[in-house]
Design a protein around this ligand. Structure first.
Ligand code: NAD
Ligand code: UDP
Length: 317
């Protein structure tokens, strides 16, 4: 029987990744015991190295495609490569990770009566026809394209969450995360923020895919983690809920801002637009504001400044 105290035992799958490592850090700070489970496919132990000396932290090298057992109170299911470069490297494995990972973690939640939060994504909206995206929008997703392994895997994971909830009364939470950035993103993960910062710091051309007029809304990692923790720890609202920063920028604007903040002499160069690249994306966060009293606080320039500072040490160090 687990203790019913404010201090919980929390499992974080994908715990060594970019978001996972920030989440583990936050949970430890809140006094919880944390098990980080990860197969290190798109991360390294460097992300969690400072946490390993904490007695309340444990790292388990494990693949979520395989069942896992542990007595825990809460599960954050983040295991899944998130950048197009990583999730398209082995697309069959990406779908398996989302689907089998969700089944295994939901099975565990059911067995030990843990609350489980699924890290879903704005990609469930695909290339959206509704702007900004509201949770009630069902999306516009290609099921046979190069992004489908990620998008459809995440959609099935949401379906499994809802069905385990309806069928087995599993206590679920679903958050749909929009583009999030910050310190500890992998330098080579191919996402736009990390690419632009690395290129600017190295004095290389910034690669704009297509005309650069496509838009994204970028959320700083600390804001996102706050939203996830709030969603997990409130009662009576299972989601899905959008978490993201509604300030919308074109990739041209992002590139200019990175060049300004790094003081780089880099120029912009055009590259082909990848298939099925969404043209615009911006979350409607009224629901998160209403149910979680959550809004992001860190503006893009400030978040980029903090990210650039941490990247600078790795790129030039
Ligand atoms: P990330 O790649 O840094 O982290 C994912 C982690 O999952 C990595 O540590 C990776 O090694 C691990 N992993 C992958 N496959 C696994 C498997 N089969 N078994 C165990 N571990 C596995 O990416 P991130 O940005 O930290 O994303 C974390 C989660 O948030 C993902 O589920 C992602 O889909 C979701 N998300 C992120 C964003 C974003 O902008 N960062 C946006 C939407 C959704
Ligand atoms: N992008 C870009 N240059 C890069 C990497 C990405 O212009 O070096 C574009 C990409 O085509 C997309 C946007 O930036 O329109 C965001 O890409 P990312 O891979 O970060 O996230 P996602 O497409 O999953 O939102």
């Amino acid at each position: 029987m687990r203790k019913q105290t404010a201090s919980k035992t929390v499992l974080v799958t994908g715990g060594a990744g970019f978001l996972g490592s920030h989440l583990c850090e936050r949970l430890l700070r809140d006094g919880h015991t944390v098990i980080a489970l990860d197969n290190l496919f798109s991360s390294t132990k460097d992300n969690i190295a400072p946490l390993l000396k904490n007695q309340r932290f444990e790292f388990v090298r494990h693949d979520v495609v395989e069942p896992f057992m542990a007595e825990v109170d809460q599960i954050y299911n983040l295991a899944c490569p998130a950048s197009p470069v990583h999730y398209q490297y082995n697309p069959v494995k990406t779908t398996k990770t989302s689907v089998m990972g969700a089944i295994n973690m939901l099975g565990l939640a059911k067995r030990v009566k843990a609350r489980i939060l699924q890290a879903s994504t704005s990609e469930v909206y695909g290339d959206p026809n509704v702007h900004p995206q509201v949770e009630s929008y069902w999306g516009n997703v290609n099921c046979i394209g190069p992004r489908s392994c990620y998008d459809e895997g995440k959609r099935v994971a949401e379906t499994l969450m809802m069905d385990y909830h309806r069928q087995n009364k599993v206590d679920i939470r679903i958050v749909r995360i929009f583009n999030t950035y910050g310190p500890r993103m992998q330098l080579d993960d191919g996402r736009v923020v990390s690419n632009f910062i690395v290129q600017a710091l190295r004095g290389e051309d910034l690669t704009i895919y297509g005309d650069g007029l496509q838009t994204r809304s970028f959320c700083f990692v600390d804001d996102l983690i706050e939203g996830m923790v709030r969603m997990m720890n409130q009662d009576g609202f299972i989601g899905p809920v959008n978490l993201g920063n509604p300030d919308e920028f074109t990739m041209q604007q992002l590139a200019s801002e990175v060049i300004r903040l790094t003081g780089s002499k880099s120029r912009l160069v055009q590259r082909p637009l990848p298939a099925d690249d969404p043209k615009q994306r911006k979350p409607d966060i009224a629901l998160a504001h209403d149910r979680l009293a959550w809004t992001p606080k860190v503006a893009l320039a400030e978040g980029l400044r903090r990210t650039i500072e941490e990247f600078r040490a790795r790129v030039t160090g």
